[in-house]
Design a protein around this ligand. Structure first.
Ligand code: ADP
Length: 243
């Protein structure tokens, strides 16, 4: 109950409406093809999807179906050959590379399969690094780093380095790192692929927690059917299309 009213309070404070049709990201007839040896490989064939504020959206599909290519387009690491992607009211896929990079760095966070932490830095220093990179004022670092590590349940492991942490804990540091600069969308490619069932469940509850407290949406790929149960929406990709 208190979570609910807290969420409403934040929605009002940020000027967001309660309209469930409000979209954070809209993907409109997106195609992506690559030239391969004199012919054209059509990888995405008319993708239509949207991500609403505070939604947990999952992409499933066999290896090679096009999930990573789509995630790269959503994250602005790649651009569609046709169609368009709107993000936070902006024509994301039509922007210049520089503009898109700026939007991506400010408003998005990325989480990978293999944790992607700096091995010689502590959990604290890893999260701090992302605030430094985002150009956040130094005076804000300590409070925000501690807040993020608290959010992922690692306040007591703050000064451990990656090799002193379990796989699940390392991934939680990576999540803390991805949200530190206050993005509004997190994109995660198979974030639980290297984790056992218990650790995967923990990651999902961390995701649910940060959707509530940080006001983000999350779009992730997964193969794990038990994880899909907590999604607001699951899109299944077959051969470059959703079924
Ligand atoms: P998934 O993530 O579902 O496994 P991918 O998006 O990685 O699928 O790949 C889908 C298909 O697109 C594969 O056949 C892959 O070889 C091809 N592909 C992806 N990126 C490129 C590229 N840059 N050039 C050529 N082919 C690509």
């Amino acid at each position: 109950h208190s979570n609910h009213s807290e969420k409403e309070h934040r929605a009002r404070a940020s000027g967001a409406s309660n309209d469930t049709n409000e979209k954070l990201m809209a993907v409109n007839m997106v195609e992506r093809s690559f030239p391969v040896g004199g012919s054209t490989l059509h990888v995405l064939k008319g993708i239509q999807m949207d991500i609403k504020p505070r939604q947990l959206v999952m992409l499933k599909g066999r290896s090679g179906s096009g999930k990573t290519t789509l995630l790269n387009c959503l994250g602005g690491l790649d651009t569609p050959s046709k169609g368009e992607i709107w993000f936070n009211g902006l024509p994301f896929s039509k922007m210049s590379d520089d503009e898109r990079t700026l939007v991506r760095r400010r408003e998005m966070g990325f989480i990978f399969q293999a944790f992607a932490l700096m091995p010689l830095l502590s959990a604290y220093e890893n999260v701090e690094l992302s605030l430094r990179m985002a150009g956040k004022p130094r005076s804000e670092w300590k409070k925000r780093v501690e807040e993020c590590l608290e959010l992922v349940g690692l306040a007591k492991r703050m000064h451990h380095r990656p090799f002193e942490l379990s796989g699940g804990e390392q991934q939680r540091v990576a999540i803390a790192k991805s949200i530190a600069h206050r993005p509004i969308l997190l994109l995660a490619d198979e974030p639980t692929a290297e984790l056992d069932t218990a650790m995967s469940a923990q990651i999902m509850s961390v995701f649910q927690n940060i959707i509530e407290t940080e006001n983000v949406s999350i779009c992730m790929t997964t193969h794990d059917p038990t994880i899909m149960e907590v999604a607001d929406h699951v899109y299944e990709m077959v051969d470059g299309k959703f079924i």
